[in-house]
Design a binder for this molecule. Structure first.
Ligand SMILES: [Zn+2]
Length: 227
């Protein structure tokens, strides 16, 4: 009789421990996202694997940061939704009004993971979780007098740091039109380029895919840094 009692207590304790363990796991998953599998990508007809895709999107993001800094408006308009494009535009204008230039330099990927890719009717929607490491600082762009030019050497840094690296995590949401074929022959030179990773011909640089047929960033959500 007492044996059953002890066995009951042991089983009850095990159940409690397992429940606590599962709860902890579930809550920690809030900041962890599952990557899609290469098997899944193959099943929906993709010619690339998750790492190739995720790294291409990181490169796109890095290019956007460069585009904002160097005011490549045409490029930005091509790869960003109107909302995101306008918010970057406002940022550039505010900086200019304050005669400050924001610099993001030496960006490196900590990771880039494809966490969702859905084909829905004639749309494809992807989510990529990226963590980037970079330097960020602001430079005073007020024009200098001839006299000041003799004295001031180098950048006039008014914020941030040229040495302390920052890290940020984002969930990027991207869309494109669904196309059965993801490779396009260049109208200029005939070279075939995969438009998932490139909007331009990889041989001659001609534009080969219009906005509907390459990935456009429509969402950028900052996340707290994961462990
Ligand atoms: Zn070409």
């Amino acid at each position: 009789m007492i044996g059953f009692f002890i066995a009951g207590i042991v089983i009850f304790s095990i159940v409690i421990i397992v429940c606590i363990f599962l709860l902890i796991r579930m809550s920690s998953q809030e900041t962890q996202f599952m990557e899609v599998s290469n098997r899944y990508l193959k099943d929906i007809g993709k010619s690339y694997n998750k790492d190739t895709y995720a790294m291409a999107i990181y490169e796109l993001y890095k290019e956007v940061m460069d585009g904002v800094q160097n005011e490549r408006y045409e490029f930005l308009r091509d790869v960003l939704s109107d909302d995101i494009y306008n918010s970057y535009l406002r940022g550039i204008k505010v900086s200019k009004d304050h005669q400050v230039k924001n610099i993001v330099a030496d960006m490196k990927p900590v990771f880039s993971k494809l966490i969702s890719l859905i084909v829905k009717g004639d749309m494809e929607i992807a989510k990529v979780w990226i963590r980037v490491s970079f330097l960020e600082y602001a430079i005073d762009t007020t024009p200098l007098t001839e006299e000041q030019k003799q004295v001031v050497k180098g950048d006039r840094i008014v914020g941030g740091s040229k040495t302390n690296r920052l890290e940020r995590e984002y969930i990027l949401t991207l869309v494109k039109n669904h196309t059965p074929k993801e490779s396009i022959a260049c109208p200029a030179c005939g070279h075939v380029t995969n438009v998932v990773l490139h909007n331009q011909c990889t041989r001659c640089g001609s534009g080969i895919a219009n906005r509907r047929y390459h990935w456009v960033i429509i969402g950028k959500e900052e996340k707290p840094l994961s462990r």
